[in-house]
Structures are given as structure tokens and as C-alpha cells.
Design a protein around this ligand. Sequence first.
Ligand code: NDP
Ligand SMILES: CC(C)CCC[C@@H](C)[C@H]1CC=C2C3=C(CC[C@@]21C)[C@@]1(C)CC[C@H](O)C[C@@H]1CC3
Length: 418
Amino acid sequence: MASPQGLKAPLEFGGPLGAAALMLLLPATTLHLLLAARSGPARLLGPPARLPGLSELWSPAVLLLLLTWLGLQAALYLLPARKVAEGLELKDKSHLRYPINGFQALMLTALLVGLGVSGGLPLGALSEMLLPLAFVAILTTFIFSFLLYMKAQVAPTSGLAPGGNSGNLIYDFFMGRELNPRIGSFDFKYFCELRPGLIGWVLINLALLIQEAELRGSPSLAMWLVNGFQLLYVGDALWYEEAVLTTMDITHDGFGFMLAFGDLVWVPFTYSLQAQFLLYHPQPLGLPGALLICLINAVGYYIFRGANSQKNTFRKNPSDPSVAGLETIPTATGKRLLVSGWWGMVRHPNYLGDLIMALAWSLPCGVSHLLPYFYFLYFAALLVHREARDELQCLQKYGRAWHEYCQRVPYRIVPYIY
Ligand SMILES: NC(=O)C1=CN([C@@H]2O[C@H](COP(=O)(O)OP(=O)(O)OC[C@H]3O[C@@H](n4cnc5c(N)ncnc54)[C@H](OP(=O)(O)O)[C@@H]3O)[C@@H](O)[C@H]2O)C=CC1
Ligand SMILES: CC(C)CCC[C@@H](C)[C@H]1CC=C2C3=C(CC[C@@]21C)[C@@]1(C)CC[C@H](O)C[C@@H]1CC3
């Protein structure tokens, strides 16, 4: 297949070979982490204690459960929204419209689950189904990505992403060809980025907490902390849902296997790893330790939210009193870059806050195992890679102004270190 004109972009992730390797490695890692969390030694590295048979992985009933979940979230997405936001300008100068009702979807899901649990729904049993659920989610993601790839064949060239149209089938399948695949007003990428995976993640956490209460009489303090911190993070993402419209995932990346897998498999099944670990490996945690961990999470959240809100307010209305006094660098595009406040401390202060929170999510699991620190380690690698991708795009957008910003704010994520 010839690549459409004007869409040539340097290959990322090691090209087709790297993409093929990741498509094997990422599902295998997900299953490995789930198995390791349940095993006695809970080893992050090394072979799993045992390999599951196909009968433990495949279940039509679990597939039905997953499809019901996706259907429920799609129905909530289609409900009237408090606001409809416009995305950034597209190549053809048009703007797409997006419903802002993610937080409403979270609340309605909580209401439905609450009603279900009080009516006898055995939510704790979900914790026993995570392995087959992840397996069917992986299969579903492969099929979904194939359908997205086929849909892109009939999309107009202006609707294709800059990165996923190399002409190599494997690479383009992985990166995603179409930028904003939609049927009518239903936007698949926007829907997947924030709803089924993120809300699924907190639901899995809750199931693990309920299961722990059933097993041991009450949930442990460590389990409460992990549930509380991650619920705050997911609630925040959905409350500030509109901010996702300016992320590179929405504005730049195509929707293919990488994002579909990240949203539908990676987030719910690996981001809940700490709670999974705690169910099978209870950890003692005293009040002073818990308070210290809460403080670490609060500091991380303060930086994360402060930095994100400062940039979002500035981009929406630079004369807003909360940002009007900040120092800025003008760029040739007419946009300005903040060079004081949070964005004068490091070039990605929101990543710093996010990483501090990631550490706080692992600490309740103690220091006896590396496994619960997987999220922190993976996330540090993801943010370093993401920061390099973002800076390249900023350099292309802002040229000399970006160079000046880098000179004035030399550290990327951690002051005086990186
Ligand atoms: N938990 C997870 O798995 C993940 C979480 N995240 C989180 O999601 C959030 C969004 O992150 P991400 O999408 O990577 O990008 P950011 O929110 O960091 O946005 C980057 C963009 O901000 C603008 N910008 C950069 N520097 C400045 C400045 N000095 N002044 C003004 N604008 C500036 C540029 O866009 P422009 O100039 O065009 O406005 C740049 O492209 C973050 O909080 C991150 O931590 C991200 C990935 C994964
Ligand atoms: C499959 C690979 C390992 C890479 C997968 C990456 C995805 C898991 C992430 C890419 C960008 C993401 C964002 C978020 C979740 C993780 C993914 C989907 C947030 C929604 C998390 C909450 C924040 O407040 C906003 C984030 C936007 C980007």
C-alpha cells in the first residue's frame, strides 16, 4: 500500500519490527503481571510460577461481561452532556465537537454499581475473573484495531494521522491510521481514552477491596489508600475531561492498536496492580506511615493539578487574573510559552506531580516486593519517552522560542536532576 502524500513521518517505536514486538510483549506482560500478583513469590522478573490453561483464559460469559461493560459506557457517553466542547483545528480547518459528560458517566456507573451491590451483586467475584477478562479484552482489542484499520481505508486523506501511514501494514496497524475515527458523532478514540478503561480501573480496585473485606473481615488500610488515591486520579481526569482534547493522543496520534490496547487493557489491568498485589499479599501499615504516604500523594496531586490548571487557564484566557502576571515567551504562532510559575520550574511539572503520585500508590504495598513498583517504573519510562515526543513537536511548532524556553528552563521533569 502506498503511503498517502504528505504523511511521511519518521518511524517511532523501532519501526515495524518494534511494533510487532510490542504487540506480543504488551499482552504477554499484562498476563504475566496478573499471574505474578496472584502467585506466592510475586516476582516481577523471571518466569511466572505456573502457566494458565486455555480453559482459565477463555470464557464466553466473561466476553459477554466485557461487551456489556463497553455497551453500558457507550450508552452513558451518548446521554445529554452538560457541555459540548470543540477540539483543536483540524487539517481541513474544521473543529470536531465532543460531549463533556465523563464525570457524569462515573457518577451514574457508581450509582448503578451501588444499586447492584445493595441488591446482592457479588462485585468481589470480579477479582477472580481478572485473568479471563484481560484475555478477552486483549482479543477484543486486536479485532477492534483491525476494524479501525479497515475503516481508515475509506477515510479521507485529511482525516489520517501523520504517524500511522507509513505504508507498512504492521506499523500502521500498531500506530493507528485514522486520527479521529467516528461513526456519526461517536468518537472512538475520545470514548476509549477516558471511559471504559479508567472507570473500569476503579471498579476493579473496588472489587478487590470488597473481596479483601470478605476474606479478612475488613479492607486493610493499605487497600483503602490505594483505592482512595486512584479514585481521586480517575475522578480528576474525568472532571477535567476537556483537557484531554489538547493531548497528543487526541491531536496527533492515530487510533490503532497502541492506544486501543493502552486504553482498554493496559490501564484497567496493570494500573490496578497494587490493589491486586494487596489482596494476595496483605501488608501491615501503621497510621504514621499512612499519613506520610497521604502527604506524598497530596504533594504530587498539588503539583500535578496546579501545573495542569495553570497551563489550561493560560491557553484558554491568558488575561485571567490567576495567570496574567506570569512571565511568557512569545512565539511566531501567536501563542506564548509560560516561563514562570509551575512551567518555569521544569518543562513538564505535571509529569513530576504525576510521578510523585505514582510513588505514593506503590508505597502502601511495602518494600518487600518489586512488583507493586511496576507502575512507577513503567510510568517513569513512558513519561521520559512522551516528553521527548512532545518536545520534538514543540520544537517543530515554536522553533527558536522553544530553544529559548529550554535555555531558560533547563530541567525537563525533576529540578536539578533531569
Ligand atoms: N497516567 C498515565 O498513564 C498518563 C498520564 N498523563 C498525564 O496527562 C496529562 C497530560 O499530559 P500530556 O498530554 O503529555 O501533555 P501536557 O499536558 O504536558 O501538554 C504538553 C503541551 O503543553 C504545551 N506547553 C508545553 N510547555 C508549555 C509552556 N511552558 N507554556 C505553555 N504551554 C506549554 C504544549 O502544547 P501547546 O503549546 O500546543 O498548547 C505542549 O505540547 C499530564 O498531567 C500527564 O502527567 C499522560 C500520559 C499517561
Ligand atoms: C500500550 C503502551 C504501554 C502505552 C499506553 C499508553 C496509555 C496507557 C496512555 C497514553 C496516554 C494516556 C493518558 C491517560 C491514561 C493513560 C494513557 C491512555 C490519562 C487519561 C490519565 C489521567 C490524566 O489525567 C490524563 C491522561 C491523558 C493521557
